[in-house]
Design a protein around this ligand. Structure first.
Ligand SMILES: [Zn+2]
Length: 490
């Protein structure tokens, strides 16, 4: 067991490397005209593990996005055209619909060219530093009713990684396009839930959706995206590649002329790592770790939902960042013996369960994804290396909290309530240790059953602190008020 002091999804440092490489080759498949309808989900079947394919007959109200992205030869400008079929899944009538334009707070710029509802052009309102677009509905949308939004936009991609860990940037020959399309906000018990995400945490809070995305880009770049590639064709110096992704909470795309691909197939899952050729050893080590982590998390919590898991190295300032079916890794840790590699990969793989499969408000309840994922990373080290592995990673968790003098700051606060050191120490340290306390209180066997039930019963949904607590109490047949007051609540 290597000694690590882990900061996954937290600020680390920037590396700058340039080396030439050949783009990975792929056999061109013809791009067919889009013939999909919002209700035809058959294209998503091949990308889903058999255990999850029946979900395609459920989630009747999930948004369906059809997006065209045209990436300019300089890889810093994108024009986009998006159609969203949005159904009011709430039990109240909606007077407006809100969409995030995250590019406007990630250092770049997204300008809307056209906004229409059901064919009628309308003027939206912009707020939160132009990162939120509010579309008034002339005819309020009743529960169960659907509207069609048509949106045209221009995106200028920042060429720095200064904001939000550089999740959306063109830097060092890699284009990282996180949250690069107008994204429907979540409507929950707060109403439309929108705010500017704090710099220290994750950007999105999103419902499960379906995507069909057609990307036009220079032929010489390798495109990697959430979901699966369904077609590819080349014409002159340009390519057109289409991806399906769903059910997922977001669509992520990375592109680079530098990417080589390294692969592993294990337990019917295709693992691919796209990175620079000289990082092959690190990429292959990461894939082995990912395959082991998936095996452990499948056994403990629920099957992995998809038939693929793609990794890319990007110039992100975080050690790693999770996306649905995709993981971005900071290339500076991509060597087999790097002390952060194993914990970072296991942690980001863990987010496929707690962030994507089981969603949560990542801005208001970061403990439900980050603390729980730190705990299951501890579980990974325990299952993989026994008590020695457990001790090593637990020391890291304890070290983070000890940095704050073991102050009993609640773990159930929004990201914005913590300063940087507190966010690391409480959410990534104390928060994971809470789950060990909870296991001690409930007993291991009851706790394991609870965790599996929590994961499966909240799959594709949004979990909350209350749902987690009531599920735990249901299993232990006990009152966890005292424990939650000591650890979670303010
Ligand atoms: Zn994380």
């Amino acid at each position: 067991m290597k000694r690590t002091f882990l900061l996954p999804c937290l600020l680390l440092f920037l590396t700058s490397c340039l080396i030439t490489g050949q783009p990975a080759s792929s056999t061109p498949k013809p791009v067919s005209p889009i013939q999909n309808t919002p209700t035809d989900r058959s294209i998503y079947k091949n990308g889903l593990a058999p255990e999850y394919q029946d979900i395609l007959n459920k989630l009747p109200n999930a948004s369906y996005y059809e997006i065209e992205l045209n990436i300019a030869d300089d890889l810093t400008h994108v024009t986009g055209y998006e159609t969203v079929f949005y159904t009011n899944a709430e039990d109240v009538t909606l007077e407006e619909v809100q969409l995030h334009l995250f590019a406007n707070i990630l250092g770049g710029k997204m300008e809307m060219e056209e906004v229409a509802i059901n064919g009628e052009v309308i003027n939206p309102k912009y707020s939160l530093s132009n990162s939120l677009m509010t579309i008034p509905l002339k005819d309020p949308l009743k529960p169960g009713e659907t509207i069609t939004l048509k949106l045209g936009f221009d995106l200028t991609v920042p060429q720095t990684v200064d904001l939000n860990y550089g999740v959306q940037a063109y830097y060092d020959d890699v284009l990282a396009l996180a949250h690069a399309y107008p994204m429907i906000a979540v409507y929950d018990d707060e109403g439309w839930n929108s705010e500017i995400p704090p710099q220290s945490g994750d950007v999105t809070y999103a419902d499960i959706s379906f995507f069909l995305v057609t990307v036009e880009a220079p032929k010489g770049v390798t495109l990697v995206a959430s979901g699966s590639e369904v077609s590819h064709q080349e014409d002159g110096n340009r390519q057109t590649t289409r991806f399906e992704a769903g059910p997922v909470r977001d669509f992520y795309l990375a592109a680079s002329p530098e990417y080589e691909v390294f692969t592993l197939e294990s337990d019917d899952i295709k693992f691919r790592f796209y990175t620079r050729d000289y990082l092959q050893d690190g990429a292959e080590a990461a894939l082995e770790i990912a395959a082991r982590a998936i095996r452990i998390f499948e056994e403990r919590y629920a099957p992995y939902p998809y038939t693929e898991l793609d990794f890319v190295s990007t110039p992100t300032l975080a050690l790693g960042i999770e996306y649905p079916g995709m993981i971005a890794i900071n290339e500076s840790i991509l060597t087999p013996d790097h002390p952060y590699l194993e914990a970072t990969v296991a942690h980001e793989v863990g987010h496929q369960w707690f962030y994507n499969l089981v969603g949560n408000d990542q801005l208001d309840d970061p403990w439900l994804d980050e603390s729980l994922t730190q705990f299951i990373t501890l579980q990974y080290f325990t299952d993989e290396y026994g008590q020695a592995g457990r001790r090593g990673f637990r020391q890291d968790l304890e070290g983070r909290w000890a940095y704050l003098g073991n102050e009993e700051i609640p773990i159930g606060l929004p990201v914005k309530s913590y300063n940087g050191a507190e966010y690391s120490g409480i959410i990534y340290g104390r928060g994971a240790l809470f789950f060990e306390e909870l296991r001690d209180e409930m007993g291991s066997k009851v706790f394991d059953n609870f965790m599996q039930d929590y994961t499966r019963s909240n799959a594709w949904e949004i979990a909350t602190s209350e749902k987690l607590r009531s599920k735990a109490e249901e299993h232990c047949k006990c009152d966890l008020t005292v424990l939650f007051e000591k650890w979670i609540y303010p």
